[in-house]
Design a protein around this ligand. Structure first.
Ligand SMILES: Cc1cc2nc3c(=O)[nH]c(=O)nc-3n(C[C@H](O)[C@H](O)[C@H](O)COP(=O)(O)OP(=O)(O)OC[C@H]3O[C@@H](n4cnc5c(N)ncnc54)[C@H](O)[C@@H]3O)c2cc1C
Length: 549
């Protein structure tokens, strides 16, 4: 309805009604590149279906509602019995239902499954990032469970199902289940060896009871959790051990899983993150006693890849919104997108987004290939990518938000939600320093990882002198390990940039790789976005990244 005092003009329409997948050229090209030709059409059709759903006004509303009406803890029922349940807005369940039915928890054992899932995750979590947490943990639990073939045979079909069933029931009665992970305790998160939660064996082999707490346990309405707890040396080999803790026992009774409270978080509000206590909690051992860190690390590596993909999704959504807004908004006699300085900002942001997407999808392809070489590559590339891509997310989102001017600072634009979410991927699953130290560990202990990494970046050698120079600089840095811990961030940043540069040189259009190499590897860029050399083809970079409704 027209306002009586004025006519509303120069306000952009909402970016809805488009195919979020098809509009993302860097992502479409990555899928074409990494999915075998014979499966390419099916993959594109499937992802376009999800992309159209992600671009719909309905899904946008689900995302906004899930964030606006955060989960509520109900510790007791009306009669005073403990129930430890968390209530979610229906929109949360709709988001999860669509995600699970799209196969976002079922990559394992499907040809090209990781690339297809990664692309789907990147598309769908743009609607709402919070529900990505249970999707990631469920997907990532499979490698850890496979250390126990019997458990894997029982749980894997439910975990990789495309059916979402909400509510607490014995896992065997559900067609699809979700799994969480609880490692972090009050006295230590990064250093999980300080875990104090105790596990005592029961008479039946492999069964234990747990006593202790977890300081962070996200998605507490999941059907089960992989939990780290200490086994006393006297009762066995001893040490940190991995356990599967079901929420509901097979006889239908509730396992002891006391939710103390939900965290009041900066962002990630649609998702519940709980503090929990175990007190005589039944658990099944996963893997060997004392090998818990090694068992759960298979899960952590996969969730770290999702931190890369989740950050890429946030950046992509922020950049798409910024370009869309400026393509409709005029100031000082012309569209903002055509102003040379705004174009520089948008192009710089688009480069960062494309580099993140291309890297994330390359890592997913390595999971699919699953060769010795690719596993060695992942060993270094995953922590390096998690470090760098997650670190880039907040600066990108802040700058994209500013492209919308005052509108960007207002909740309805969706940009504040992206911003609140943006630091998280750098914190969980091992914060920045922990990733950098993990890279050092791999460099020191696994020479095949560095070889595989250098072979990968070497594939683009000779194609761009700035990339060649950066590879040379990296080798010099790697040759001198003096004081390496204190300069680990600097080293890992370089590794990630060289890897991104080499992938873009091989696969991106020349205007993209040229601008990336000039600004990120050749030193011709500033410390804020919008400082690309003005002689580059910035308009083409922006046009490529534009999502058209
Ligand atoms: C929203 C949210 C949800 C979460 N959900 C879960 C969950 O479901 N399950 C779960 O187990 N955990 C979860 N976590 C916990 C998360 O994984 C930890 O917070 C994280 O691993 C860091 O551990 P910490 O908080 O104990 O920090 P600390 O380990 O105390 O680290 C503090 C800082 O010190 C740095 N640091 C640590 N060691 C070193 C070192 N040697 N040298 C230099 N710097 C170092 C870290 O990088 C970090 O920046 C969640 C966290 C958040 C915020």
């Amino acid at each position: 309805m027209a306002a009586s005092t004025h006519t509303v003009t120069n306000q952009p329409p909402p970016l809805v009604g488009h195919d979020v997948f098809a509009a993302d050229r860097a992502l479409v090209e990555a899928v074409d590149r990494h999915v075998a030709a014979e499966a390419g059409d099916a993959a594109r059709d499937e992802l376009s279906g999800l992309g159209r759903a992600a671009g719909s006004a309905e899904a946008h509303e689900w995302g906004a509602q899930a964030d606006r009406y955060p989960p509520r803890l109900r510790t007791h029922d009306r009669y005073g019995h403990r129930i430890d349940e968390v209530e979610f807005h229906p929109a949360w369940h709709r988001l999860l239902d669509r995600a699970v039915s799209a196969g976002l928890v079922s990559a394992w054992g499907r040809p090209g499954g990781h690339v297809r899932r990664a692309a789907g995750f990147l598309v769908w979590t743009q609607v709402e990032a919070g529900h990505g947490c249970p999707l990631s943990m469920t997907h990532a639990s499979v490698p850890a469970l496979r250390t126990d073939p019997e458990l894997a045979a029982e749980w894997e079909p439910r975990l990789t199902s495309t059916v979402y069933e909400e509510g607490l029931r014995p896992a065997s009665l559900k067609r699809g289940v979700l799994l969480g992970m609880a490692m972090t305790e009050k006295q230590g998160g990064s250093d999980v060896r300080t875990n104090t939660t105790r596990a005592e064996p029961l008479a039946r082999d492999g069964e234990y009871v747990l006593t202790g707490h977890k300081w962070f346990c996200s998605a507490p309405m999941s059907d089960g959790f992989l939990v780290l707890a200490q086994v006393a040396p006297a009762t066995g080999r001893g040490g940190p051990t991995c356990f599967l803790v079901p929420r509901v026992l097979e006889d239908g009774s509730r396992n002891v899983f006391r939710i103390q409270r939900l965290k009041d978080k900066l962002g990630n509000r649609s998702n519940a993150s709980a503090e929990v206590e175990f007190d005589g909690t039944w658990a099944r051992r996963v893997g060997e006693e004392g090998r818990g860190v090694r068992t759960i690390i298979g899960m952590v590596a996969a969730t770290r890849l999702d931190c890369v993909l989740g950050s890429a999704a946030l950046m992509r959504q922020a950049v798409a919104q910024a370009i869309h807004h400026t393509a409709y908004r005029s100031a000082f006699g012309g569209l903002l997108i055509d102003k040379p300085l705004m174009r520089n900002v948008l192009a710089d942001l688009a480069l960062e987004s494309e580099a993140a997407t291309t890297l994330g999808m390359r890592l997913a392809a390595a999971y699919d290939a699953d060769t010795e070489q690719e596993r060695a590559f992942l060993r270094l590339a995953v922590p390096a990518a998690k470090f760098w891509v997650a670190k880039r997310c907040t600066p990108v989102v802040v700058e994209a938000l500013e492209c919308l001017g005052g509108n960007g600072y207002v909740e309805e634009s969706g940009m504040p939600r992206l911003l609140r979410e943006s630091p998280l991927n750098s914190i969980w699953e091992g914060s920045g320093n922990v990733q950098a130290l993990d890279v050092l560990r791999a460099l020191q202990r696994e020479p095949s990882a560095l070889n595989a990494f250098l072979q990968e970046v070497g594939k683009a050698r000779g194609a761009d002198h700035r990339l060649d120079g950066a590879i040379k600089g990296l080798l010099t840095e790697l040759a001198d390990l003096d004081g390496i811990e204190a300069r680990a961030r600097r080293l890992v940043e370089r590794m990630a940039l060289v890897l991104q540069g080499s992938l873009l040189v091989r696969w991106a259009p020349p205007e993209v790789s040229d601008a990336f190499c000039a600004s990120r590897l050749g030193g011709d860029g500033g410390s804020v976005f919008g400082t690309l050399p003005h002689t580059l083809d910035l308009a083409s970079i922006v046009e490529r990244a534009r999502a058209v409704a």
